[in-house]
Design a protein around this ligand. Structure first.
Ligand SMILES: [Zn+2]
Ligand SMILES: [Zn+2]
Length: 136
């Protein structure tokens, strides 16, 4: 199955050959700023399955070793890249409802008033990989 996505204005598009192998919601302050949303979601596609199809995403180095790509025209947040891995913004997928999200991370930064009732595991800080291995 092919997975596709892109920005709001349609100038930047991407595809992947395979389903994401994991997905998380992130409640950290930087994701909140760059997306303008109370929290975000990211998916990781298996290595070598993701490719850009059109457009050149703008990039911003949000912290040491972390690059975030976004559409320079419409501002849609597209990727978070760190440690040789690329995480794709869940909301930029054409069919994000097909993604099974595994967990919430950075819940220590969750906004007050957001109640998580989906029963997914919650991690106060960062996690990565399938199954929720904590990242130091
Ligand atoms: Zn755009
Ligand atoms: Zn985050």
């Amino acid at each position: 199955m092919e997975w596709t996505g892109g920005c709001l204005c349609g100038s930047v598009r991407y595809r992947a050959d395979d389903a994401p192998h994991w997905a998380s919601y992130c409640h950290c302050g930087m994701c909140r700023k760059i997306s303008g949303a109370p929290f975000t979601g990211f998916v990781e596609f298996p290595a070598g399955t993701f490719e850009w199809l059109q457009g050149d995403a703008s990039q911003y180095r949000s912290s040491d070793g972390v690059t975030r790509r976004f559409c320079g025209t419409c501002g849609s947040s597209l990727t978070f890249e760190a440690g040789g891995m690329s995480f794709i913004s869940l909301g930029s997928l054409d069919f994000p409802e097909q993604v099974v999200v595994e967990r919430h991370c950075y819940t220590k930064s969750r906004l007050p008033g957001i109640e998580l009732t989906d029963g997914l595991p919650q991690f106060p800080g960062p996690v990565g990989g399938k199954g929720g291995r904590p990242i130091d």
